[in-house]
Design a protein around this ligand. Structure first.
Ligand SMILES: Nc1ncnc2c1ncn2[C@@H]1O[C@H](COP(=O)(O)OP(=O)(O)O)[C@@H](O)[C@H]1O
Ligand SMILES: [Mg+2]
Length: 445
């Protein structure tokens, strides 16, 4: 390949040998024209010695000549290697003067820019930098000559035909012999890498956009579900309140009136009838008690009238009396006037948890820890009774634990059941609090 390349330097040839011969003949002629040096006649032995010396000198010259030819060949090979390494390197190379003019450029750079190799010499490299990226190139060169540190930059360059391409430029400062400083620059086409980076960036941006969209959709759906659950819980509480009121006001009053009527009748009728009426009166009294109990369980008016802590204390005292299970109640920060959804949630969680303990745990004692600070209200109900496997309960028709979990979701809280057969049960409910969690802080309606 190199042999046919027009750029390749001319080979040392027989032509130059002929030149030397011609020069030697001219010098010999000049010497011949000078007055002859007087030569003393030589003896035959002296002649023989001279001849021998001349022969030795000739051999010496031939050897020197041979050595010179070998050096010449080595030199040519080095030049070929240089040509190959420099001109045909996989990246473009050039030397640039501080003025920005190209001193020398290799073939690869010429091909990269779509020009003939020779046409780059003496031209400013800036001619081939894309207009918008001229500043990058300017700064790159300025820093190089100012700091003497190697510089790297990426920018868009232009081919002769105006085509743009992305280039990576790496430059170092070198001293050229005794001449001024110059920068030696390598330039490679990184368009493909840039395009891949761009594609990757588009894909990443798109993905981030989709994630953001989906997150906001989920947040909206979650907020909707939470407010829906909240409404459902409120509706349930209102229903319970209505039923409790009806039971207390209507059924309870009717029973009381009936009780009075029977009482009156018992004074007028016979002995036998009196006995039956007394029994009926007893049944009615029991019924009145039961209805009061049901009504209280459905909706303790205490919660509305006195607030969370008195309602809890009252419920716990009734529970202890009815079940004979001791309740250890530790609390802190519950004296506040919590909003209705929060107070109801706590009350219902404690109510349901205590009912479960009485029904399933088979214990004589249960512990409730409840505390509230500025950010959270936490309730833990702990028994060391029979325990159960929460995973087995999950899919069943039981509504107690599920109801607690849903109530907590409705107020933005979390609910956790920790239980194992034989190892007791701990329920934990956490409700986030903020400045709107207290009734006192709510704006007047
Ligand atoms: N403190 C507890 N100790 C032992 N088992 C419990 C306890 N709490 C709940 N369980 C078990 O979990 C099941 C589900 O409880 P729950 O959801 O309240 O429904 P229900 O009380 O209607 O059965 C109960 O049937 C019981 O087997
Ligand atoms: Mg239950």
């Amino acid at each position: 390949m190199l042999k046919n390349n027009p750029e390749k330097p001319s080979k040392f040839s027989t032509d130059s040998a002929k030149d030397f011969q011609k020069q030697a003949e001219e010098i010999a002629l000049q010497r011949a024209n000078k007055p002859p040096v007087k030569i003393e006649p030589l003896s035959p032995d002296e002649k023989l010695l001279h001849l021998h010396n001349l022969q030795v000198q000739q051999i010496e010259l031939e050897l020197q000549n041979e050595e010179l030819r070998r050096i010449q060949i080595d030199l040519e090979e080095s030049r070929e290697r240089y040509f190959e390494l420099y001109n045909l390197a996989p990246v473009g190379y050039c030397s640039i003067a501080e003025s920005g003019m190209i001193i020398e450029a290799n073939l690869t750079l010429a091909m990269l820019l779509g020009v003939n190799k020779g046409s780059l010499d003496g031209k400013p490299l800036g001619n081939y930098i894309y207009q918008e990226d001229q500043n990058i190139y300017y700064l790159h060169r300025k820093l190089l000559f100012k700091t003497g540190e190697p510089q790297i930059c990426e920018m868009r360059m232009l081919k002769k035909d105006g085509t743009k391409f992305w280039a990576n430029m790496e430059a170092i400062l070198v001293k050229q012999g005794n001449g001024p400083l110059a920068c030696r620059t390598s330039i490679s086409d990184i368009t493909k890498r840039k395009e891949a980076e761009q594609l990757l960036k588009y894909a990443k941006d798109e993905l981030e956009l989709k994630v953001a969209e989906r997150t906001s959709e989920l947040a909206t759906a979650n907020a909707y579900l939470q407010s829906f659950a909240n409404r459902m819980v409120q509706v349930l509480e209102e229903e319970k309140k209505g039923i409790a009121r009806d039971l207390h006001d209507q059924v309870g009053q009717s029973l009381t009136v009936l009780n009075l009527m029977i009482n009156q009748a018992s004074r007028q009728k016979s002995e036998k009838a009196n006995q039956t009426l007394a029994e009926a009166q007893k049944v009615i009294s029991d019924l009145i008690g039961q209805i009061r109990e049901i009504s209280l369980n459905l909706r303790p008016s205490m919660l509305d009238d006195l607030g969370l802590l008195p309602a809890l204390t009252w419920h716990i005292e009734r529970y202890e009396k009815r079940t004979r299970i001791k309740v250890i109640f530790n609390h802190n920060g519950l004296e506040r006037n919590f909003t209705r959804p929060i107070a109801e949630t706590v009350y219902r969680v404690v109510q349901e948890a205590l009912t479960n303990v009485a029904r399933y745990a088979a214990v004589e004692e249960v512990q409730i820890d409840a505390w509230a600070d500025n950010s959270h209200l936490t309730i833990m109900v702990k028994d060391s009774g029979r325990g159960f496997d929460p995973a087995k309960v999950a899919g069943t028709g039981s509504f107690g634990l599920r109801g607690m979990s849903e109530r907590l979701f409705a107020v933005g809280g979390t609910f956790k059941v920790d239980s194992e057969p034989g190892s007791g049960t701990t329920l934990q409910a956490i409700i986030p609090l903020n400045e709107d969690s207290d009734c006192n802080n709510l704006p007047a309606k």
